[in-house]
Write a protein that binds this ligand. Structure first.
Ligand SMILES: Cc1cc2nc3c(=O)[nH]c(=O)nc-3n(C[C@H](O)[C@H](O)[C@H](O)COP(=O)(O)O)c2cc1C
Length: 337
């Protein structure tokens, strides 16, 4: 049976729902080419961080001011913005090189926490040829003076600022830590997000017991982590405007995981950990497994499969919500041994 894997994400027609999510190696043209050859539908570049853009601006201002103090009259002393090669310039350069080496959509990524002048960088990313932009809103709500409503308003402001600065499709990558997630997801779409990427995986710091220091720890995901995006995409798909794209990220390692994401209503399923663990060619076996599962279950296309097990279509939609909690705990008690 022929299976059509093409799908639509952020208004882009892509050949496969398997997408390489933001990861450092995706910015290397050779790696991007290998991912394309292995069959991914699109590639998300690693994030350019708001802090990097701001540090670059501060550095640029400082060097301009130094010039003013020392040789106010010597204009050729001033470094031009073009000759200043900082993080943003390096990012744009990598984007252009990856674009030139591939034919699939390349999605740039900006990681931000606050509204501000750095947003103009989004337009530079657009001008450098990105097919879409993913805005990663990664913050930890650690300040007791900020209420949930304050933080949500700030995030919505960032989304609408980036939306106003660009015309390319905009996805927003969210954490699951919003008190009323369904409400915030709908507000993010209203603020201008064309799609939501669910979810950001938070990296928990660890303690080194010898140096007694807090150390960063990046642990690759496990397949069970896919359950969180599966639940939320299943809940949100029937409630959001059908034009709002949904991407599942966290814990997708196999063709079966991709099938689950699509079944609950994701347009694409993204992968990083599995590709870091097994290399870009892992995409081939994920795709083969997905095709095999679809054929065995008589799905001929992604559009036929997508959303066929969301909260709108399953027999018991409460299984995505609180009822599942009780059933899960009772099932544990009933398990012998
Ligand atoms: C080493 C590493 C680097 C990452 N860098 C970024 C990044 O720059 N921007 C971003 O939005 N996500 C980043 N992520 C998160 C991934 O894009 C992905 O959302 C997350 O790992 C969950 O998916 P997975 O279970 O397939 O790994 C990174 C993940 C890893 C493991």
């Amino acid at each position: 049976m022929t299976v059509d894997l093409s799908t639509r994400y952020l208004g882009l027609e892509i050949r496969s729902p398997i997408v390489a999510s933001a990861a450092p190696y995706n910015a290397q043209p050779e790696m991007a080419r290998r991912l394309e050859r292995a069959g991914v539908g699109a590639i998300v570049l690693p994030s350019l961080f708001e802090e990097e853009i701001l540090a670059e601006e501060i550095e640029l201002t400082r060097s301009l001011e130094q010039g003013t103090e020392v040789f106010a009259e010597a204009l050729d002393y001033f470094p031009t913005a073009r000759s200043f090669t900082g993080a943003a310039d390096r990012y744009l350069d990598a984007l252009e090189r990856v674009k030139a080496s591939t034919t699939i959509p390349i999605i740039a990524s900006l990681n931000a926490t606050s509204p501000g002048g750095w947003v103009s960088c989004a337009r530079r990313i657009q001008d450098a040829g990105a097919d879409a932009l993913e805005l990663n809103l990664y913050h930890v709500a650690a300040d007791p003076r900020w209420t949930a409503a304050d933080l949500e308003l700030r995030d919505l402001e960032v989304i609408s600022d980036v939306r106003s600065a660009t015309a390319i499709p905009l996805a927003v990558k969210l954490s699951p830590f919003y008190s009323a997630f369904a409400n915030f997801a709908a507000s993010a779409a209203d603020a201008g997000a064309d799609g939501l990427v669910l979810f950001n995986r938070f990296y928990q710091p660890d303690l080194d017991l010898e140096s007694i220091e807090v150390i960063p720890r990046v642990a690759l995901s496990q397949p069970w982590e896919m359950r969180l995006p599966v639940r939320w995409i299943g809940i949100l798909r029937p409630q959001l405007d059908p034009d709002v794209s949904l991407a599942a990220t966290s814990g997708a390692h196999s063709g079966a995981d991709v099938a689950k994401g699509l079944l609950v209503g994701a347009d694409v399923v993204m992968m990083t950990s599995a590709l870091l663990r097994h290399g870009p060619d892992h995409v081939r076996s994920v795709e083969a497994e997905l095709r095999e599962w679809m054929s065995a279950h008589e799905y001929t296309s992604v559009s036929e499969l997508r959303g066929s097990a969301s909260a709108a279509t399953v027999e018991d939609p409460s299984a995505f919500e609180r009822a599942n909690y009780m059933a899960t705990l009772h099932a544990w008690a009933a398990t012998p041994g």
